[in-house]
Every structure is written in C-alpha cells, then in structure tokens.
Write a protein that binds this ligand. Structure first.
Ligand code: HEC
Ligand code: HEC
Ligand code: HEC
Ligand code: HEC
Ligand code: HEC
Length: 319
C-alpha cells in the first residue's frame, strides 16, 4: 500500500516535470515560429531568399562595386533583383494575404501538395495572372469589389481591348504586397494617368483624395455617436432610435471599400455623406433621449438563479 502511494507520487512528479519542460521549451518555440501557412510553394520559395544564382551574382557585383567605391549602379541591379522569384516571396510574406492563407497556388495554379519543383509547377498558369485577367482571378474571393468594378469605366476600357492605359486590380494594389492606397497617397497615384497630358479626366485625383478623406470623417462621426450612445445608456436613457441611425451609418462604412470600385466618385461621395448624416443624427438623438421605463426591463440572470434556487430548496426539503 505504502509502496503503491510512493509510485503514484513519483508518477505525478514525473508528469509535472515533463509538463514544465514542455512549457519552458516547446511553447516559446511554437510562439517564435513564423506564423506563416504550411504550403509547399511558400516553403520552397522561402528558401530561395538570397540563394538564387542571380542573387549570389548580385551580391558579388555589389561587393566589387563597394570595394571600388562605386555605388551608383546598385539601383539598376536592385530593379533586376526585385523581379526575381525570391523578392516576390518576400513581398507576399508580409502581406495581408499571407496572414489569411492566400497562398501562391490560389492565383498561380500548380500543385501545392507536391514537394518537388517539377511536381509543384505542373499547371502553373500565365493566363490567370495576366494583368487584364486579374479582375476575374482576384474577384473569385473579392466578389463585392469585382461586382462594382464591372460597372466602372476602368473595366470597360480594360475589356474593350483598346490600346491606352486602364488600371486593373494589380495596378493599384500590386500582385504580392496587396497594399491599399491611403487618402494621402491617392492623388499622386491617380495622376499617373489622370492628367492634362493624357487628357484622361484630370479632375479625378483631387476629387479622389476628397472622397477618401471623407471616409475618415465618417469614421470620426461614428465613434462620436458610439460614445454618445454609451454615455446615454449609462444614464439609463432610451437609445433605440440612436442605435438605428448608428447601424445605418455603420452599414454604409462597411460597404465603402466595395462601392469605391464603381469609380463613380459623385455616387461614392453621396453615400459617404449619407453615412455622416446618419451618424450625426444618432449623436443628436441621444441628447433628446428619454429615460427607459422600468417595466420593459427583462429579468436578468440573477433573477433566474434566484427562482432556480427556490425550486432546489423546495425539492430538497420534500425529499
Ligand atoms: C521545391 C521548390 C519549389 C516548389 C515546391 C515550388 N517552386 Fe516555384 N520556383 C522554384 C524555383 C527554384 C523557381 C525559379 C525558377 C526556376 O528555377 O524554374 C521557381 C519559380 C516559380 C515561378 C516563376 C517562374 C515560372 O515558371 O513561371 C512561379 C510563378 C512559381 N515558381 C510558382 C510556384 C507555385 C504556385 C508553387 C506551388 C504550387 C511553387 N512555385 C512551388 C521552386 C519551387
Ligand atoms: C493574389 C494573387 C497572387 C498570389 C497569392 C501570389 N501571386 Fe505571384 N503573381 C500574381 C500576379 C497577378 C502576377 C503578375 C504580376 C504582374 O504582371 O505584374 C504574379 C507574378 C509572379 C511572379 C513573376 C513571374 C511570372 O511568371 O510573371 C512570380 C515568380 C510569382 N508571382 C511567384 C509567387 C509566389 C512564390 C507566391 C507565393 C509566395 C505568389 N506569387 C503569390 C498573383 C499572385
Ligand atoms: C483565395 C482568395 C483570395 C484571392 C484569390 C485574392 N484575395 Fe485578396 N484577400 C483575401 C482575404 C481572405 C483577405 C483578407 C480578409 C479581407 O480583407 O477580406 C484579402 C485581402 C485583400 C486586400 C486588403 C489588404 C489589406 O491590407 O487590407 C486587398 C487590397 C486584396 N486582398 C487584393 C487582392 C488582389 C488585387 C487580388 C488578385 C491579384 C486578390 N486580393 C486575390 C482573399 C483573396
Ligand atoms: C484605380 C485603383 C484601384 C483599382 C483598379 C482597384 N482598387 Fe481596390 N482599392 C483601391 C482603393 C483606393 C481602396 C481603398 C478604398 C477605401 O478605403 O474605401 C481599395 C480597396 C480595396 C479592398 C478593400 C481593402 C480594405 O481595407 O477592406 C479590396 C479587397 C480591393 N480593393 C480589391 C480590389 C480588387 C479585387 C480589384 C479588381 C477587381 C481592385 N481592388 C481594383 C484602389 C483600387
Ligand atoms: C492606368 C491608368 C489609370 C489609372 C492609374 C487610373 N485611371 Fe481612372 N481612368 C482611366 C481611364 C482610361 C478612364 C476612362 C476614360 C474614359 O473612357 O472616359 C478612367 C476613368 C476614370 C473615372 C471616370 C471619369 C469620368 O469622367 O467619367 C474615374 C472616376 C476614375 N477613372 C477614377 C480613378 C481613380 C480614383 C484613380 C486612382 C485611384 C484612377 N482612376 C487611376 C485610367 C486610369
């Protein structure tokens, strides 16, 4: 009996020690591991970073240049480097797509469960990544944006097959970094095409900056309304009306990224202004709010527990 107890204590001790070791060593290792998807395309391309022949040559050239005090040609070599497969991986690995498991084969095709390069590259498609086809490729997941984009002059121009520039998804977002242009960047960017030299509506860049800035204004009005509602709630005022207004302002905000892709700036601005008005209505409604009638209050969890307690006491006494 005594012996059995000792072995049980040793057993428990052993389990505790093992657990502590696991906690000490394994957990930090898991936490430190890059939080990137497990995918053969990504796994192999990750290893190409600074290991391709072209990159080794680039580094050699760079060292020679540095040794000779020449630095001016580095930019052009870097341009070439940027075009390599490895830099593609580097851009993607810090993108929102990497975070959400949008791995290489989702756009390129190929076989992501094959380990060898030959096996994995079977079925790589140049068609899906062709610039003018990116609306369809990206639109598989971004249906709302594609839906709006199909109604835009940009899409019509792309589809018409006419020569002359028209932006596709990757013109504005880039294929691998999938960056989103901010209000302060937008004017310069749109001006690449929309200017007096090309004659493509040169009033667009300034209007676009205004339109995106008012989305910021909408956000501010929404957060004002939200805190006004919270304050009113704390005072036990009826905020039903204010919440209806706030909800419609939030729906408009949620839809702005997709509506944007119709590239009808007048329509976009009208929508955003509507949202701002709704949020302001919500804030105003809180100052006119009345106290909530006590009768409409629903019994809480505490009341339910109390009733349950009474039942239990009754049955215990009976048995
Ligand atoms: C075992 C390593 C390995 C795997 C797995 C791998 N690749 Fe590659 N990939 C390479 C190498 C190396 C290159 C550089 C060009 C070359 O050597 O063919 C490359 C080049 C590419 C290119 C550009 C050249 C081309 O042929 O168009 C694309 C696109 C590409 N890979 C996509 C993918 C996708 C998508 C997957 C997963 C379905 C994948 N790769 C899996 C090693 C790999
Ligand atoms: C969201 C879609 C998408 C994802 C995800 C994606 N790519 Fe691409 N990739 C593209 C598009 C579109 C192009 C064409 C870019 C252009 O024309 O400027 C491209 C171009 C390339 C190229 C240039 C060579 C060529 O065939 O033109 C390579 C290499 C490449 N991608 C590799 C990768 C690798 C490796 C991954 C994963 C780490 C990846 N891509 C993830 C869409 C994607
Ligand atoms: C397999 C599905 C899939 C494909 C294909 C895809 N995306 Fe995405 N994309 C996502 C997901 C998931 C997110 C992250 C969640 C979200 O914002 O909806 C995302 C996010 C984005 C964002 C927001 C990035 C940010 O930082 O807020 C942009 C821009 C974007 N994608 C553009 C593109 C473009 C351009 C293409 C085509 C070259 C593309 N996507 C193809 C699934 C996809
Ligand atoms: C002319 C430039 C341009 C083109 C073309 C374009 N976008 Fe956008 N996209 C933007 C801008 C600017 C925003 C930010 C809009 C906003 O903040 O309301 C955006 C926002 C987005 C978002 C949402 C990001 C977020 O923060 O939620 C996604 C996803 C997206 N675009 C995907 C696409 C897809 C897919 C296509 C092609 C069908 C496309 N875009 C074409 C400029 C463009
Ligand atoms: C690659 C070139 C290119 C870029 C970049 C570009 N556009 Fe355009 N845009 C065009 C073309 C081409 C048209 C069509 C002109 C026509 O057919 O009347 C157009 C038309 C428009 C229209 C309709 C104008 C009208 O008068 O009806 C709007 C709005 C617009 N673009 C917004 C933008 C915004 C906002 C940006 C920047 C985020 C942008 N564009 C970037 C080429 C471009």
């Amino acid at each position: 009996m005594r012996f059995k107890n000792v072995s049980r204590i040793t057993g428990i001790f052993f389990v505790l020690v093992t657990l502590s070791i696991l906690l000490l060593y394994v957990q930090p290792a898991i936490a430190a591991a890059p939080n990137l998807p497990n995918n053969s395309c990504a796994d192999c391309h990750r290893k190409l970073l600074f290991s391709t022949e072209e990159q080794r040559q680039f580094i050699d050239i760079r060292i020679k240049h540095l040794e000779n005090g020449i630095s001016c040609s580095i930019v052009c070599h870097e341009d070439k480097l940027n075009k390599t497969t490895a830099s593609t991986y580097a851009l993607w690995s810090i993108s929102t797509h990497a975070l959400f498991d949008v791995t290489c084969e989702k756009c390129h095709g190929g076989n992501a469960s094959a380990v060898s390069k030959q096996g994995a590259h079977v079925g790589l498609s140049n068609i899906s990544i062709a610039r003018t086809n990116t609306p369809e490729t990206c639109g598989k997941c971004h249906q709302a944006e594609l839906g709006e984009f199909k109604g835009s002059k940009h899409f019509m121009k792309l589809e018409s097959g006419e020569t002359g520039p028209a932006p596709a998804c990757i013109t504005c977002h880039q294929a691998h970094s999938v960056r989103v242009l901010t209000a302060s960047e937008i004017e310069d960017f749109c001006r690449n095409c929309h200017n007096n030299i090309t004659g493509i509506d040169p009033t667009v860049p300034a209007k676009a900056e205004n339109a995106l800035s008012s989305v910021g204004e909408l956000r501010v009005e929404i957060s004002k309304a939200r805190s006004a509602i919270n304050t009113a709630k704390a005072k036990k005022l009826d905020v039903t009306r204010a919440e209806v207004n706030l909800d419609s302002a939030m729906t408009i905000l949620k839809d702005t990224p997709s509506v944007w892709h119709r590239f009808n700036l007048t329509f976009f601005d009208t929508e955003v202004q509507k949202g701002i008005t709704e949020a302001q209505k919500a804030t105003n409604a809180t100052s006119n709010a009345q106290g909530t009638p006590a009768a409409t209050k629903t019994p809480g969890f505490g009341a339910a527990l109390f009733v349950l307690g009474l039942f239990v006491a009754y049955f215990l006494k009976r048995s």
